[in-house]
Each structure stands twice: as structure tokens, then as C-alpha cells.
Design a protein around this ligand. Structure first.
Ligand code: BG6
Length: 484
């Protein structure tokens, strides 16, 4: 029997947090309701310039003739009651969701929070708890109050740390006892490519290195601040970081490729080195010095980062990555999550509707990598495959989705049982269909629950259980023993 033919992941620990993940900017909608302020993600349009805006190469503008999918998402804002019921029916032990900062502080500058916004999340968290579902809350998932972004140029400014700290303190106090697991920033390492994830638009690429160093440093300091604040509010709080992960493989066994793969992974580990191990690694400091890049360290920053490290590391995993040191070698590029990669010929037959490759064993490699390096608890905060689903007679047959998840659950089971990885939980991405971050499409579907809406935001927004819904319900009920 081959590795992925198994139909049982027996041996999963008791209390494992099975669940699903979503984020306010892609699910919530209700962008101009409940006293919410405008968020910068409300200005990421559909269309050919979407990537230029998202990557921070072009300034976002509010154009009444354009469509902005984050404004409607899957309308969780109006459907959350039934969504929580559906998650409970599947047996979720955990739901990863994010708070939209501008729902709490509409411009980010207020002293007093928006009561309606606080109340909205309170009700959601309470409903989750009533169903025994642990909320895992991302404090910032690709959205900042637009006014802050405009005022400060995003995380380029150190002022953002104070605004973020005030927001974290507010929600930390408001939800004390309701929320115990927190994540500081979604995929913090994505800012290396997508400046807008740091609230930055950089029309002049010449400043890239200095600006990137500045906004990354400020986000690290803010993340450490969140750790300090949330620990002070409640010593039971567990605070994690969140990175876009995926081990890098060398294209050939040429030492140059092996070294390049090592460098790529080291670049990914840089973020967890700072947030989990508490220091900038030596290689990074030397590289910055060599480039003549100044990191805006202030007195006390080094000690502060060392003191307020995270309790656990969470990450998204969609696929491994592949690099080659020689441009002359014929290697195709592949589509993938955030970071570019070459197309891996060994994964060739497993390509999906959006041409993201599938490498379940790569999840085990990735888990082992973090475990061996940091010896901290880990959390798979995102994993999944976006596909085209058809709703017929109220049913959706998404066998490809089940197959993807089954393989990844086998891999994570082996990481736990065979490799001794301390894995807290698994929250597959987009557990209910939502708007895709990269394409802005609704038809790129990850969910166990189908949402009747199209790319234009039209539809009934009714919810339907897919085949994978019943399958995952069985997986959770058997604590992974039954993956059939
Ligand atoms: C991760 C993000 O990068 O990948 C999510 O944290 C995103 O926000 C997910 O939705 C899947 O990517 P996409 O582009 O298919 O939505």
C-alpha cells in the first residue's frame, strides 16, 4: 500500500483542534454596516490591475465603476448564525477567524472603540463557545483601517505600533475568557512580496530594501507588543505568529541548487527566527549591512523582541517550493501561494484548477523543519485546494477536495505520531466558500460548505453542504481514524 492509500490516521492526540479557517476581509462583507470604517482591502479591485494594487505597485483607488469583492465576501456578517451551526454540525473544535480592525476602530485613530463592532464579535465568539468551538483569532488578516494606511503609509511608520497596541489591548480585554488563542499577523512574510500586506504602496522600487526593512521591523515590534499585552491581560492566553510556509526543494542535486533552496528556506525562517526565537539571525544582519540597509532599531528593541516571543508557530501550507540556481535549465514556473516556485515534475499529475501543485508529504517536511528548529507547538492555520464546484440539486460532489485533505491529514498524522511534532490543530482554509485573496473570485472554492454567490457578488448566498462536509464530520468524530 502506498503512503497515501491509507484510510486511517490513527494515533491523533486527544484534544486535537480540528476545524477550519476564514478571514474577515474575504468572508465578512457588511463593509459599510455596524459602524465599520473602510479597510484598505475594500479597495482591492477585480480586474487586470488587481495584482498591481495587491502587491503595492499601484495605489488603490475607490472607483464607483469597479467591483471590490472584499466588500461582500461570503456575507458572513449576515449569515454567521447559520455558519456557526454548520461548523458545529461538522464537529469543529476550533474556528480560525479574524477581527476586522476597522470594525473596532473605524479609522484606527479613535480612543474609544465602536461598540457595535465589539458586540458583533462577542456574539460570534459566544456562539462558538456554546458549541464547544475554540476561536483562534487573527488580529490582522490582510486588512487595516484605510485611514491609518493613508495617514502613515502603513507599517513604514513606527506610529502604527501604538495604534495596533491600542487595538490589541481593546479586543484582548473585551474578549478575555472568550478567546484564548491569538495570531498577530496573517502570513507576515508575505510582506516581502506584497507590500500592501504591510499597508504600503511603493511606486518607486528603488526604495524597496529600506522600506521593506522598516515595515518588517515595525510589524515584528508590534507582534511582540501583542504578545506582551495579551499575556498581561490573561496568562492563559496563547499567542502565535503566522507565516506562509512550504519547504523549498532544490531542482537538481547540484550544490548550487541545494544552497539556493537553503537560502530560500532561511529567508522564510527569518520571520520565525525573530518572532519565535527572538532575534534577527546573523546572516540577515550581515546581508542588510552589505546592502547598506538601515533597520530602524531603537534602543531596547533587541531586548524587547527577545523577551516577547510567541507561544506557538502557525502557518499556511499549500505546497512545497522548488528553486534552481541555473537560469539555463529548462524549468517551468508554477502558480502557487504568495511565493513564486518552479514547477515540480514529480508533482505534475496533481495539478488543480488554478494550477497550484499538490505535495502532501511536503507538509510533513515543513512541520518537521519548524519543529526541529524551534521546538515549539505548531498549528496548521491554513491548508487546502481551490477548485471549481458545481451545485446540482442542492449537492456538490467535491471528491478532489476530500482527496487533497485526506493526503495532508495523513502527512500531519505522521509528523505527530512518527516525528514527535507538537501539533495543536488543523484549520483548513476557506472552510466555507469565500472570496479568493489572489484572484478575487468566488468560484475558486475551498469550502466544506458551498455558498451560492458568483464572482460579481450576485446570488442568494444560501449555504449547501458539500460531500466533503460529511466526510470531514466523520474524520473529526473519529479523531482522524476514519479517512475513508
Ligand atoms: C493565504 C491567505 O495566502 O492563502 C488567504 O492567508 C488566502 O487569505 C489563501 O485566501 C488562499 O489563497 P487564494 O488566493 O486562493 O485565496
Amino acid at each position: 500500500m502506498s503512503y497515501f492509500d491509507r484510510t486511517s490516521a490513527a494515533g491523533m492526540p486527544e484534544g486535537f483542534l480540528w476545524g477550519g479557517a476564514l478571514a474577515a476581509n474575504q468572508a465578512e462583507g457588511g463593509w459599510n454596516e455596524g459602524g465599520r470604517g473602510m479597510s484598505h482591502s475594500d479597495l482591492i479591485p477585480q480586474g487586470s490591475d488587481r495584482w498591481d494594487v495587491m502587491f503595492g505597485r499601484q495605489k488603490p483607488v475607490d472607483d464607483p465603476d469597479r467591483l471590490y469583492p472584499c466588500r461582500w465576501g461570503n456575507d458572513f456578517f449576515h449569515h454567521w448564525h447559520e455558519d456557526v451551526e454548520l461548523f458545529a454540525e461538522m464537529g469543529f473544535k476550533c474556528l480560525r477567524l479574524s477581527i476586522c480592525w476597522s470594525r473596532i476602530f473605524p479609522t484606527g485613530m479613535e480612543t474609544e472603540p465602536n461598540g457595535e463592532g465589539l458586540e458583533f464579535y462577542r456574539q460570534v465568539f459566544e456562539a462558538l463557545r456554546e458549541h464547544g468551538i475554540e476561536p483562534l483569532v487573527t488580529l490582522s488578516h490582510y486588512d487595516y483601517p484605510l485611514a491609518l494606511v493613508e495617514r502613515y503609509g502603513g507599517w513604514q511608520s513606527r506610529e502604527m505600533i501604538e495604534r495596533y497596541a491600542h487595538y490589541v489591548e481593546t479586543v484582548g480585554r473585551a474578549y478575555q475568557g472568550l478567546v484564548r488563542y491569538w495570531l498577530t499577523f496573517n502570513e507576515i512574510n508575505s510582506v516581502a512580496l506584497s507590500y500592501l500586506n504591510a499597508g504600503v504602496t511603493l511606486e518607486d522600487e528603488r526604495d524597496r530594501a529600506a522600506v521593506t526593512a522598516a515595515f518588517s521591523h515595525h510589524m515584528f515590534m508590534a507582534s511582540a507588543r501583542a504578545v506582551e499585552i495579551l499575556h498581561k491581560i490573561d496568562s492563559a492566553n496563547k499567542v502565535g505568529c503566522m507565516v506562509a510556509a512550504g519547504a523549498t526543494y532544490p531542482y537538481r542535486c547540484a550544490p548550487e541548487d541545494v544552497w539556493l533552496a537553503y537560502e530560500e528556506d532561511r529567508g522564510r525562517y527569518f520571520y520565525t527566527d525573530v518572532m519565535a526565537a527572538g532575534a534577527y539571525p546573523a546572516w540577515k544582519l550581515r546581508a542588510l549591512e552589505k546592502e547598506g540597509v538601515h533597520v530602524p532599531f531603537e534602543p531596547g528593541d533587541t531586548e524587547y523582541l527577545a523577551e516577547h516571543t510567541v507561544d506557538f508557530i502557525s502557518f499556511s501550507y499549500y505546497c512545497s517550493r522548488l528553486v534552481c540556481a541555473d537560469d539555463q535549465v529548462i524549468a517551468e514556473k508554477a502558480e502557487g501561494n504568495v511565493f513564486p516556485t518552479l514547477r515540480n515534475p514529480y508533482l505534475k499529475d496533481k495539478e488543480t484548477a488554478w494550477k497550484w501543485q499538490i505535495d502532501a508529504l511536503g507538509l510533513r517536511v515543513t512541520l518537521a523543519g519548524y519543529h526541529d528548529r524551534y521546538h515549539l507547538p505548531l498549528f496548521i492555520a491554513e491548508n487546502g485546494v481551490g477548485g471549481l464546484d458545481a451545485l446540482e440539486d442542492g449537492k456538490v460532489h467535491d471528491a478532489y477536495h476530500i482527496d487533497y485533505l485526506r493526503r495532508h491529514i495523513l502527512a500531519l498524522r505522521d509528523a505527530i505520531v512518527e516525528d514527535g511534532v507538537d501539533l495543536m490543530g488543523y484549520t483548513p482554509w476557506g472552510c466555507i466558500d469565500l472570496v479568493s485573496a489572489s484572484t478575487g473570485q468566488m468560484k475558486k472554492r475551498y469550502g466544506f460548505v458551498y455558498v451560492d454567490a458568483d464572482d460579481m457578488g450576485k446570488g442568494t448566498f444560501d449555504r449547501y453542504r458539500k460531500d466533503s462536509f460529511c466526510w470531514y464530520q466523520k474524520v473529526i468524530a473519529s479523531n482522524g481514524e476514519d479517512l475513508s
